[in-house]
Design a protein around this ligand. Structure first.
Ligand code: SAM
Ligand code: ZN
Length: 145
């Protein structure tokens, strides 16, 4: 993975509401952006998820880093919170440890063209309560979870 500052912007997406777009070509293995947010425990995440649902926040900005830790980008996040899921994505999310602290980095697994939407596979666990996937990929699995 190579770290360099890629120019990005959020804009309306064909997949869902807002998405994140590359303002310049991004090479394979480049780190696109870190997924920043507040690190919270599972119990807090469960509680917040209910509050967010009740308050009508239709999108989830919770990203699991391990069994008991979640990054919540709902109120304290960066542009990475706008990245939509795709079943055939151009990026991957990777958990790395820096100075004992786990971080989420999004890096390109395919060349990303200027103007292209940046996506990764959310890899949500299978659940009964299905979220339809609107990624539009030929290989779309139909659901996020
Ligand atoms: C981290 S947000 C992504 C940004 C979101 N589009 C927005 O405008 O805030 C995650 C939410 O976006 C929606 N989403 C992302 N990818 C999707 C997809 N492929 N199909 C349907 N909804 C998607 C879901 O509501 C999900 O909970
Ligand atoms: Zn899909």
């Amino acid at each position: 993975m190579r770290s360099r500052k890629n120019r990005l912007r959020f804009a309306r997406s064909k997949i869902h509401d807002w998405g994140l777009f590359a303002l310049e070509p991004i090479a394979v293995d480049d780190i696109v952006i870190e997924y920043i947010g507040e690190q919270i425990r599972q119990k807090v995440a469960d509680h917040r998820e209910k509050i967010y649902e009740k308050s009508g926040i239709g999108s989830s900005y919770l990203f699991r880093i391990d069994d008991d830790n979640i990054i919540d980008a709902t109120k304290a996040g960066n542009l990475a919170r706008f990245i939509n899921h795709c079943c055939d994505p151009n990026c991957n999310a990777k958990i790395i440890t820096v100075d004992g602290q786990k971080k989420i980095v999004i890096y390109a697994n395919k060349p990303v063209a200027e103007g292209e939407e940046v996506t990764y596979d959310y890899k949500f666990p299978i659940e009964e309560d299905k979220i339809p996937c609107l990624c539009g990929a030929t290989a779309c699995r139909g659901f996020l979870n």
